[in-house]
Design a protein around this ligand. Structure first.
Ligand code: ADP
Length: 493
C-alpha cells in the first residue's frame, strides 16, 4: 500500500493541504482562503476557529479527491504562519478572542516602551530577536490585558496560549496535546534559543504564566495522534515547523552554510548556521531552524519587505504591465538597465540598512529611459536587496556561500534568477517541486515515522528543475552593485 504524508500548510491568507507520496511528489492539493479581519488601521486578526475549520476541510477534501483513506497516511506534518497568537480555553477549546496576526502593529507602543527600558540586549541575547510587534510576546500581553479576566484566568490555568501550530495540534488531538516545536517557539520572544526552554526572565518581564505555554517538542517526532472521530482513524502528527524554516528544510538546507531565498510578496532569506546560534547584528535575526532528536539546527534570517510586491506595484499602481510574468520578456527587450535603478523602499528599508524613513526612488533617468528599463530595474532591485542581506549574513557567519536555493512566486522568472546568480557569483537552484514549505513539514514527519530513514534519503529524492550559473564578469558585477549602493544611499533618511 502506498504510504502518503499529509502536509497542513496553514498560511496567512489560506489554509492548504498537500498529500505527498514517498518520492516527494504532490499527489493532491487543496487550498481555501479565509477571512482577514482589519478592526483598525494597522491591526490584523484571524478567527482561529475559521482557521481550524478551513484546515480540516482542505485535509478531508485532499484525501477524498484522490480516494486516499486515513489508513494510507503515514503521518501528518504541520507548517504554519509564524508568530500569530491564539489564546483559548483549556476546558472547551474555544478561543477567547480573535488571533492576533504577525502583521498586526497594535503593540508598537509597548515595544517602544520595552526599548526605552533598555531590554533590547536582554531580548536579543536570549531569543535572537529584535523587539518588534511582529513576535508573539507583546500580542499575548495585549490579550491578557484587554480581554476581561484573562490574566487571572491564565494564572489559574484555565487558558492556553499557542502559535497556529499549537492551536492545530490541540484541535487535531481533541484537546489532548498542547505542544509546539522550537522553530515556532523561537518566534514568540519568550523562548531561550540557547537553553531551548521558555525563558523565566522573559516570562517575568512579560508577566506570562508558565502554565499557559505549550510543551516544546522536537520538530521531527510524535507530537500526538489525531482524534479518531476526525479522519476515522488516528494518524500521528509527527512533524512541525514554522513556514520559513520548513521551506529551508524542504529545500534540503541541512548543512551549515546552506541557504534559501523565497521570492514572494516579500523576500525571506534563511541561512543554516549549524549547531550554534549566532548573535546577530545588522538587523538580522538568529532563530531555530528545527530540532531533530537532541540536535538543534540554527539559522540566520533576514527579510526584504518589498520583493515581488514591486512588480505588483508596476502592474496595479503604474499599469506598466498586465501580468507579473510579463516582466521577464520586458526586461529582456533591453540590453541592460540603461543606468536606471529602482529602490523599492516603500515602507523603509530592512536589513542591513534598517531605515524606516527611507522611501522608494527611481534613479538615472534620461530621455532614453523606457518602461522596459523601469521593469528591468524593478526585477534587478529584488536581486540587489537579496544580495544585500546575503552578504550581511556571510559577513556575520564567515560561512562561504556555495549555492542558493530559491522558491516563491517570482522564482518562476528566469531573468531574475539569472541576474541573481550573476550578482552573487554562485549557482542558483530552483527545485522541481515548488511546494518546498509543505514538503518540509511532510519530510520532518516522514523522518519521524520511518518513511524516510535519513537526510541523505531526502537529498536523493530531491529534483532540481533548473540551475542558473553565473556568467557575468567580476568587473561588471562590481560596477552594477556600486550603482545600486549609490541609489540606496540617496534613498535613505
Ligand atoms: P506570497 O508571498 O503571497 O506567498 P507568492 O510566493 O505567490 O506570494 O509570490 C507572489 C509575488 O511574486 C507577487 O508579488 C508577484 O508580483 C510576484 N511574481 C509572481 N510571478 C512573477 C514573475 N513571473 N516575475 C516576477 N514577479 C512575479
Amino acid at each position: 500500500m502506498e504510504r502518503y504524508l499529509l502536509a497542513l500548510d496553514q498560511g496567512t491568507t489560506s489554509s492548504r493541504c498537500i498529500l505527498f507520496n514517498r518520492q516527494g511528489e504532490a499527489v493532491s492539493k487543496v487550498q481555501r482562503e479565509f477571512s482577514q479581519i482589519f478592526p483598525r488601521e494597522g491591526w490584523v486578526e484571524h478567527d482561529a476557529t475559521e482557521i481550524w475549520a478551513s484546515q480540516m476541510g482542505v485535509a478531508l477534501e485532499a484525501m477524498l479527491l484522490k480516494g486516499i483513506g486515513a489508513d494510507e497516511i503515514a503521518a501528518i506534518g504541520i507548517t504554519n504562519q509564524r508568530e500569530t497568537t491564539v489564546v483559548w480555553e483549556k476546558e472547551t477549546g474555544k478561543p477567547i478572542c480573535n488571533a492576533i496576526v504577525w502583521q498586526c502593529r497594535r503593540t508598537a507602543e509597548l515595544c517602544e516602551e520595552l526599548k526605552r527600558q533598555g531590554l533590547e540586549e536582554t531580548v536579543r541575547a536570549r531569543t535572537g530577536l529584535l523587539i518588534d510587534p511582529y513576535f508573539s510576546a507583546t500580542k499575548l500581553r495585549w490579550i491578557l490585558d484587554h480581554v476581561e479576566g484573562a490574566q487571572e484566568r491564565a494564572e489559574k490555568g484555565e487558558l492556553l496560549f499557542g502559535t497556529v501550530d499549537s492551536w492545530l495540534i490541540y484541535q487535531l488531538t481533541g484537546g489532548r496535546v498542547h505542544a509546539t516545536d522550537p522553530s515556532n517557539a523561537a518566534r514568540t520572544m519568550l523562548f531561550n534559543i540557547h537553553t531551548m526552554q521558555w525563558d523565566e526572565e522573559l516570562l517575568r518581564i512579560f508577566r506570562i504564566p508558565a502554565c499557559m505555554l505549550p510543551r516544546v517538542l522536537p520538530s521531527s517526532g510524535i507530537f500526538g495522534y489525531t482524534d479518531p472521530a476526525l479522519f476515522g482513524k488516528s494518524i500521528p502528527i509527527a512533524g512541525v515547523a514554522g513556514d520559513q524554516q520548513a521551506a529551508l528544510f524542504g529545500q534540503c538546507g541541512f548543512a551549515s552554510g546552506d541557504a534559501k531565498n523565497t521570492y514572494g510578496t516579500g523576500g525571506f532569506l534563511l541561512m543554516n548556521t549549524g549547531d550554534r546560534p549566532i548573535t546577530p547584528k545588522q538587523g538580522l535575526l538568529s532563530t531555530v531552524g528545527w530540532q531533530i532528536g537532541e540536535r538543534t539546527s540554527y539559522v540566520l534570517e533576514g527579510s526584504v519587505f518589498v520583493c515581488g510586491a514591486v512588480i505588483q506595484w508596476l502592474r496595479d499602481g503604474l499599469g506598466l504591465l498586465k501580468h507579473a510574468s510579463d516582466s521577464e520578456k520586458m526586461a529582456l527587450r533591453v540590453k541592460d538597465n540603461g543606468g536606471v535603478y529602482l529602490v523599492p523602499a516603500f515602507v523603509g528599508l530592512g536589513a542591513p540598512y534598517w531605515d524606516p524613513y527611507a522611501r522608494g526612488s527611481l534613479h538615472g533617468l534620461t530621455r532614453g529611459t523606457g518602461k522596459d528599463h523601469v521593469v528591468r530595474a524593478a526585477l534587478e532591485s529584488m536581486a540587489y536587496q537579496t544580495a544585500d542581506v546575503l552578504l550581511a549574513m556571510q559577513e556575520e557567519t564567515g560561512l562561504p556561500l556555495r549555492s542558493l536555493c530559491v522558491d516563491g512566486g517570482a522564482s518562476q522568472n528566469g531573468f531574475l534568477l539569472q541576474f541573481q546568480a550573476d550578482l552573487l557569483g554562485i549557482p542558483l537552484l530552483r527545485p522541481a517541486c515548488v511546494e518546498t514549505t509543505a514538503f518540509g513539514a511532510a519530510s520532518l514527519a516522514g523522518l519521524a515515522v520511518g518513511v524516510y530513514e535519513s537526510l541523505d534519503e531526502l537529498r536523493a529524492i530531491r529534483r532540481i528543475d533548473r540551475e542558473f550559473c553565473p556568467t557575468m564578469s567580476a568587473q561588471e558585477r562590481t560596477k552594477l552593485y556600486d550603482g545600486w549602493k549609490d541609489a540606496v544611499r540617496r534613498s535613505l533618511s
